[in-house]
Design a binder for this molecule. Structure first.
Ligand SMILES: [Zn+2]
Length: 392
């Protein structure tokens, strides 16, 4: 009964949150019935293609639910302060938010932030080579986004920059989502097939594409076959694996080299290797994927969900840890390139790089650059701004 109540509550919160955020974000508050009906139809259509570029809702929910269980007291308190009210204090309930908004004009610039592509048949990943959008704007990819939002939260939490204008609520929701995405192997797939999106296959009898299989279908089939169609039961099974079979691996999952706060380059490198070894293998265009593919790939999906959750918690714990951390510095956020800055081999947001910025000027900028470029900023309400940042 408790599980049923929790699930009902989750579904209700998600429903409320989706619609309220959509209405707020799109300014639909004053629309008539006809427009709302039209938008409703559009949203249904969007839900049908929802999984094209992200773990499905269940995958993201599972990653964030697992992360919640590994947050320290301090980190959990800060996360709850930053979450929008409608999240009901539950990070997992808003982890799909970046997928819900990316369809809207205002948020189109976030679409390339859900994935990164490697050159065709290259089973390795390289930030400077691969992290750009289809127009060649550097840093516009999932790993760039993870660095960006980690840096925003880090800077804010350490009080760097008196004029910070970041929306930390959004930063948290983006970070939680993109750490999930980068663990989906086909979010680091080949450019030529758009991470498996153009590879048409059959999942048992149903026609779909390979990317969707990894976003959603494997999880859906697992829920029906092994978990009584109950996501909570599946999450519990993954949690048991974490404390059991994988327990010796957890410290290595949590750790980033060179004392970095976050290491998305590592996560992306793992993903493309798994994409080559498991996702693309035996999944040529027109093939039918059945039990053999499902049963051999499900453990990969479950392990990636576990790793995403453990790492999201580790990053948030490092960000929101109030213990003295004199040795830690902002530069530790950056990957270990010469001079501890990716700008040594490609342009990094600290450099003036107008081409990187979006219309909103909201992505990738350092606080200084935000001030200099007088780009549109978000006004933080006291509710969204628990850390007392001053909005420009
Ligand atoms: Zn996504």
């Amino acid at each position: 009964m408790e599980i049923f109540i929790a699930e009902t509550r989750k579904a209700y919160l998600l429903f409320r949150l989706n619609w309220t955020l959509r209405i707020q974000l799109m300014g639909f508050g004053r629309m008539g019935r006809h427009e709302l009906l039209w938008i409703g139809r559009l949203l249904v259509l969007m839900q049908l293609v929802h999984g094209v570029i992200g773990w499905g809702k269940d995958g993201h929910y599972a990653v964030c639910k697992i992360a919640e269980g590994y947050l320290t007291k301090d980190a959990l308190a800060t996360v709850r302060e930053l979450l929008p009210d409608l999240a009901g204090g539950e990070l997992a309930s808003v982890c799909s938010w970046p997928d819900d908004i990316k369809w809207y004009y205002k948020w189109h610039w976030t679409s390339p932030l859900h994935y990164v592509d490697t050159p065709d048949f290259k089973c390795n990943y390289d930030y400077c080579r691969d992290c750009h959008d289809s127009y060649g704007h550097k840093n516009s990819c999932v790993t760039g986004a993870i660095f960006n939002y980690t840096k925003q939260l880090f800077s804010a939490n350490r009080g760097y920059g008196p004029q910070l204008s970041y929306n930390l609520t959004e930063a948290l929701m983006f970070l939680a989502h993109y750490i999930g995405d980068v663990h989906q192997p086909l979010h680091v797939g080949f450019l030529g097939d758009l991470g498996g999106n153009t590879i048409t296959v059959r999942w048992y009898r149903r026609k779909t594409n390979l990317h969707h299989v990894w976003d959603t279908m494997i999880i859906d089939s697992a829920l029906k076959t092994f978990y009584r169609s109950d996501l909570g039961v599946m999450i519990q099974a993954i949690q048991r694996n974490i404390t059991d079979d994988w327990s010796n691996d957890i410290p290595s999952w949590e750790t980033c080299g060179h004392n970095q706060t976050v290491c998305p380059n590592l996560y992306a490198s793992e993903s493309v290797r798994l994409a080559c070894k498991f996702a693309y293998r035996n999944a040529t265009p027109g093939s039918t994927l059945e039990d053999e593919y499902f049963l051999s790939r499900l453990p990969i999906v479950e392990k990636r969900i576990a790793q995403g959750g453990i790492r999201l918690a580790a990053v948030l714990n490092r960000l929101f840890n109030y213990e003295p951390q004199a040795a830690e510095a902002v530069e530790n956020l950056l990957p270990h390139y010469p001079n501890r800055n990716v700008s040594s081999c490609c342009v990094w947001p600290g450099q003036t790089q107008h081409g990187t910025c979006t219309d909103d000027g909201h992505f990738i900028d350092t606080p200084i650059q935000m001030m200099l470029t007088t780009l549109k900023t978000f006004v933080l309400t006291s509710e969204q701004n628990p850390l007392g940042l001053v909005s420009t």
